[in-house]
Design a protein around this ligand. Structure first.
Ligand code: PEP
Ligand code: MN
Length: 479
């Protein structure tokens, strides 16, 4: 018999990647305060995303998960957020142009402040210190590594500020498909990339003008034309990176943000029995979508226990150590009713390991009859240290993982429903993008990594490298 779930039932289970706070009273005060603060997202938005995900599951859309490995409080600026959103919009436009299906954009933004680490300690300047776990746990400075519960409260407010600005950007002209060039290509140095992007945006402006005319003449329902499932205004982006998305790692925080709320009227349950929907249920109101990391997905541990009780759609990272039968059992636990649009499996094996792992995982999911969306994360299995000492990724490994994943899905008559990427449109004062990943059309070399390596955690593709990947994917879907 399944044990009863509550927002705190995870507390009785072993906690992987646990954070030990010295001052428990302070922790209790903070979580109590967070419990009384307003939700960041609403049940109606969460249900709407679930609805869009059911469509991706049946091949009527693609997911773009993208953003920073770890956000930092310091990087929460007008300029950074604008550039990040601009890149997500540009990427999705290129993808949309090739794939011709709605793109569900989900940003690793407004809450991605905590990180799992492979070791509890690290060496900084020759001294062993507690590992940096993200701004909502401790500080990047080696002298500030004691976990501080007060940082969770700051994370709540930084998330709120970020989300507020993202929502504002997306309802302004900035997100209008009618003039995507405002998404700033100024700093893209490659003339080929600029020309390709400009030709897509010109073609799109023409298409929108034409559709508007047809709509005006024929009374066509404009909403039907808005890619991404629109708000009803032709040419506006219905932007799911107002769908914040983060790893559900800090369960104290996630529990405090879990609220028992009415299921909005008109929600279909995506189950075989819509009548079985309760009037109220538990929503995690810190993000529309959360994921379980590859390091916290143990079947009998705290994270899986927490995730099995929330109504939000969830992601699960699937690495090469996942056994086929373990994956099937995990799905039974988090989605016992086999609801549609609920689970996205995010595979991240490493470039050379896709063929050995993905076919077995696809077969296991098929055999147990669980509906899932498959997404490829070509970043996390492809990290290495450069000869100059930087944690980096090579563009060619990222491409290899994506192309192998596409090939295996095709061979297994399955479908890749999207990609999960770490990239940033962040620019420095002089307008240069970051130098954290190697290769791409700009052929970034090892000696350039030190120029603008700004990541607090994993290396991110910069604007040009991200667009390279977008064109590659777009071309694949065009065929
Ligand atoms: C991440 O997405 O930043 C991450 C740590 O991923 P994974 O759990 O797949 O290693
Ligand atoms: Mn990462």
């Amino acid at each position: 018999m399944t044990e009863e779930w509550t927002p705190s039932s995870w507390r009785t289970k072993p906690i992987a990647q646990d954070v030990k706070y010295a001052n428990k009273d302070h922790l209790a005060r903070v979580t109590d305060q967070i419990k009384h603060l307003p939700p960041l997202v609403t049940p109606a938005e969460i249900e709407r995303l679930r609805h869009h995900l059911t469509r991706v599951e049946t091949g009527q859309g693609l997911i773009l998960h993208a953003g920073d490995c770890a956000e930092s409080f310091e990087a929460c600026t007008h300029r950074n957020i604008t550039n990040k959103i601009g890149l997500i919009l540009s990427f999705s436009l290129v993808l949309l142009w090739g794939a011709r299906v709605p793109i569900v954009r989900i940003g690793r933004i407004a809450g991605q402040y905590a990180k799992p680490r492979s070791s509890g300690t690290e060496i900084v300047n020759g001294k062993t210190v507690t590992s940096f776990r993200g701004d909502n746990v401790n500080g990047i400075s080696p002298d500030d590594r004691e976990p501080d519960p007060g940082r969770m409260l700051s994370a709540y407010f930084y998330s709120t500020t970020t989300l507020n600005y993202v929502r504002a950007l997306l309802t302004s002209d900035f997100a209008s498909l009618n003039h995507p060039r405002t998404w700033s290509l100024k700093h893209v140095r490659s003339p080929t990339l600029r020309a390709e992007f400009e030709s897509i945006s010109n073609a799109l402006s023409d298409a929108l003008a034409f559709t508007r005319t047809v709509g005006a003449i024929g009374g066509v329902d404009e909403d039907a034309y808005v890619k991404g499932g629109g708000r009803g205004v032709l040419g506006e982006v219905d932007f799911y990176s107002r769908c914040p998305f983060h790893e559900g790692l800090m369960l104290d925080y996630e529990e405090a943000m879990t609220r028992f709320l009415p299921i909005p009227a008109g929600t279909s349950s995506y189950t075989t029995n819509p009548q079985a929907l309760p009037p109220k249920t538990y929503y995690n109101t810190s993000a529309h979508f959360l994921w379980i990391g590859d390091r916290t997905r143990q079947l009998t541990n705290a994270h899986v226990e927490y995730f099995r009780g929330i109504r939000n759609p969830i992601g699960i990272k699937v690495g090469p150590s996942m056994k086929d039968e373990e994956l099937a059992r995990l799905l039974d636990i988090v989605n016992p009713d086999k609801e549609h649009g609920k689970v996205t499996l995010i595979t991240r094996y490493g470039a050379g390991k896709v063929e050995a792992n993905l076919p077995g995982h696809i077969a296991a999911v098929r055999a147990c009859g669980h509906p899932v969306i498959w997404v490829c994360d070509p970043m996390h299995g492809n990290t290495h240290t450069s000869s100059t000492g930087y944690k980096t990724r090579h563009f060619s490994s990222i491409i290899t993982e994506v192309t192998s994943t596409l090939a295996v899905h095709a061979q297994e008559k399955s479908r890749l429903g999207g990609v999960s990427l770490e990239f940033t449109g962040e620019l420095n004062e002089q307008g240069f993008s970051v130098t954290e990943c190697l290769g791409g059309s700009m052929q970034l070399g090892e000696e350039e990594l030190e120029l603008r390596y700004q990541s607090y955690c994993d290396p991110r593709l910069n604007f040009e490298q991200a667009l390279d990947l977008a064109f590659l994917l777009s071309d694949h879907y065009k065929q």
